[in-house]
Each structure stands twice: as structure tokens, then as C-alpha cells.
Design a protein around this ligand. Structure first.
Ligand code: PMP
Length: 391
């Protein structure tokens, strides 16, 4: 078979299971509404939680950094790519999270595989929540450490696994702090306690918590007063902070080891100055405008209440990620299609992103949606669920 024919067969096989994916091209700035195929639709699926992706201050900061420092960083950070804006942003992030140092990565995916592969090696042990993000799973695999999966958010299961005799040089517990597809929260304090009791390290992926949790948006560990008990805190710049990139924060020694050992850091071009400029503006806004977080939470609660009020079975709201559970992949596609026909963009999330039989619409209101927009989205979604049941 020719390669193209073999690949076409693979795509057909995905389609037959309702698991083939397609991209849609957005024709506008990201925001509460976006343009899709020449039509304005409500965007209920982005991670632009604080609505900063289109904020004029980020755009201006980005242009200023571009003019001052140029279009590209030209090299990886250890060669000549680490520039004044990068150093400033790292200091600002460390100050925000209340830790000694921070390190920028090209993306959250880079950060997770970089950290795990740098800190762990064959013979070490990594204890990983079963619903952790794909980038953490890939980092665990890349590290060659022994992987022990514990049941989702189950600290008793984690405790049992830690209590087993181990000859590992190093043991690291790793978890999303806010789970990306369910919006539920890790038991951060309990995990920190277990880590301390067993001499293990704790790594938290705060991709969906940075900007969203805490009085100044410093994430879930900070909000719980547990920041100093977490060995590695990873956060992204492409979600609530509206831009692109990621960071790892922790002790000076952690950051220095990563500078030496994290291959995804060492062997990859540093972020472009414009992206760093936007992130600096975003950090300042996320810290100083708690009203954005309040609006985000208000919108999430309103959406959740409206859906639950219509008789849709909803999990308790723990973060602004509101999953509308459907179950079957084909059914979830139908609900998403109906919603889009009526002006709401919220694609179906299917395996392997979520476990089989748990396809869903992952709904994420933004701080910048109006009450009217949330109500309109809720009406459309409720109707889509009802119509797809009877279809
Ligand atoms: N961790 C989590 C929990 C995520 O949801 C994501 C992005 N979906 C990432 C890491 C990866 O971050 P990035 O998009 O910056 O690569």
C-alpha cells in the first residue's frame, strides 16, 4: 500500500469510531465571541479564562518588546537566547509565586517533559494521578522512571503506594492541580503531607490554576498556603495569561539543575521577546485585577447553575471548567454540532483525551462574557442536549 493510502485507511478507521478530529479556523481575535466561517459565535471552550488574549495592554506590551528586542531570540537560552525581557519575566513570576526562582519554557508541554526527564531517571519512581495531562504522562515515559498510577485524587491509594518498600533513589508525586478536562482539584495539602512523610517530591501542573486561584492569581498551591511545600510548580502563559509559553517555579537549586539538565529547555530556542513582553503585562494584570477572577467565577457559577437547573447531571463546580458530560463520542459530537448551529462553540472532547465512555463538552466561560451571553449559551446548550437525545 502506498503511504498515503495506508494513512487514509488509518483516518477512516478513526472516523468509523467517531474519533477523527478536524480543525476549525477562527477568523478573529480570541474573546467571548469569535468569528467562525463568517459568523459570530460564543466561544465557550478556550482557556483564555481572564479574557487577556485580546487585551490591548498585552498587544501594546508585545509591540513594545518587539520594537526594543526584535522578532526572535535567535538561539537557545544557554547560547545567546536568554535576553533581558526573559530575565525580567522570570523574576516577576518568582516574586508572584513567592519562590526563589523561575524558568521559562517554550510551552507547557515542553516544561512538563523537560522537568520530568531532567529530575528522574531509570530506577526512580514517579507516582502519577490517572487523569494527569498528556504532557505529564509523556514526561513520565521519557524519564524512564518506574511509573505508578494512583486513582484519581485518591490520597489513600497514593499513601498505599508510597508505603510500599522502595529502593528508588528519588520518588516524585506528580499531579495537575486543576484537572484540565474535569475541572476538579487535586488534594494538594494531603499530597504535600504524604510527600513530606515519605521523603518524596511533589510536582504540580498549575496550567489551569494560574491566574484563576488565589487572591492575586498565583495558583492553587499558593491559594492554599502550600506553595513552599511543592517542590516544582509549573504554570503556563497561554491560558489565563492570554499569550504563549510556560514556566517552572521553585528553589534556586531546582532552577539551576533544570538549566543544566532539562533537554526541552537547553535544546530549544528561547521564547520571542514579543511573547515575553505580552506575558509580563499579563502577569501584572492577573496580579492586580482580582475583579477579572471574580467575573470568571461568577460566570462559571451561573452557567453551572443554569445547566443543573435544567436537569442536566452536573458534577460539583470546583473551578471555572464546567464539563457537560455526555458519554458516547457520537452523541457528544451531535450535541456539539447542534450547539454550533445555534451559535455556541464548544467542541466534543473524546478519547483519548478523556477515558472511553466519558465524552463531553468541556465548557469554559471567560471573565469577559456578559451575563446575557452566559444565559444565551446555557439556553443553546440545554436545547442541544434535549434535541440530541430525541434525535
Ligand atoms: N498541562 C495541562 C494541564 C494542560 O491543560 C496543558 C494544555 N492543554 C498543558 C500542560 C500544555 O501546555 P501548553 O499548551 O502551553 O503546551
Amino acid at each position: 500500500m502506498l503511504p498515503a493510502a495506508e494513512l487514509a485507511h488509518e483516518l477512516d478507521e478513526l472516523a468509523s469510531r467517531h474519533l477523527r478530529r478536524f480543525r476549525r479556523t477562527i477568523g478573529s481575535v480570541q474573546g467571548p465571541e469569535v468569528e467562525l466561517d463568517g459568523r459570530r459565535v460564543l466561544c465557550l471552550c478556550s482557556n483564555n479564562y481572564l479574557g487577556l488574549a485580546g487585551d490591548a495592554r498585552l498587544i501594546e506590551a508585545s509591540i513594545a518588546a518587539l520594537r526594543e528586542s526584535g522578532a526572535g531570540s535567535g538561539a537557545s537560552p544557554l547560547i545567546s537566547g536568554h535576553m533581558a525581557p526573559h530575565a525580567a519575566l522570570e523574576r516577576e513570576i518568582a516574586d508572584w509565586l513567592g519562590c526563589e526562582a523561575a524558568l521559562l519554557f517554550g510551552s507547557g508541554y515542553h516544561a512538563n517533559i523537560g522537568v520530568l526527564a531532567a529530575l528522574l531517571r531509570a530506577g526512580d519512581e514517579v507516582l502519577s494521578d490517572e487523569l494527569n495531562h498528556a504532557s505529564l504522562i509523556d514526561g513520565c515515559r521519557l524519564s524512564r522512571a518506574e511509573i505508578r498510577i494512583f486513582r484519581h485524587r485518591d490520597v489513600d491509594d497514593l499513601a498505599r503506594q508510597l508505603a510500599r518498600p522502595s529502593r528508588a533513589r528519588r520518588r516524585l508525586i506528580v499531579s495537575d492541580s486543576v484537572f484540565s478536562m474535569d475541572g476538579d482539584l487535586a488534594a494538594v495539602r494531603e499530597m504535600a503531607e504524604l510527600a513530606e512523610r515519605h521523603g518524596a517530591w511533589l510536582m504540580l501542573d498549575e496550567a489551569h490554576a494560574v491566574g484563576v486561584f488565589g487572591d492575586d492569581g498565583a495558583g492553587l498551591a499558593a491559594a492554599l498556603g502550600a506553595g513552599a511545600r511543592v517542590t516544582v510548580r509549573m504554570g503556563t502563559l497561554g491560558k489565563a495569561l492570554g499569550g504563549y509559553g510556560a514556566f517552572v517555579a521553585g528553589s534556586r537549586e531546582l532552577i539551576d539543575v533544570l538549566v543544566n539538565r532539562a533537554r526541552a529547555y537547553v535544546y530549544s530556542t528561547a521564547l520571542p521577546p514579543a511573547v515575553v513582553g505580552a506575558a509580563r503585562a499579563a502577569v501584572a494584570i492577573a496580579r492586580s485585577e482580582p475583579e477579572r477572577r471574580a467575573a470568571l467565577w461568577r460566570n462559571a457559577r451561573r452557567l453551572h447553575e443554569r445547566l443543573a437547573g435544567a436537569g442536566i447531571a452536573m458534577q460539583p463546580l470546583e473551578s471555572p471548567i464546567v464539563p457537560l458530560m455526555v458519554g458516547d463520542a457520537a452523541h457528544a459530537l451531535r450535541v456539539a454540532e447542534r450547539a454550533l448551529e445555534n451559535g455556541v462553540l464548544a467542541p466534543a472532547i473524546r478519547p483519548p483525551t478523556v477515558p472511553p465512555g466519558t465524552a463531553r463538552l468541556r465548557l469554559t466561560p471567560l471573565a469577559t462574557h456578559t451575563e446575557e451571553q452566559i444565559d444565551r449559551a446555557a439556553d443553546v446548550l440545554i436545547r442541544a442536549v434535549e434535541e440530541s437525545r430525541t434525535a
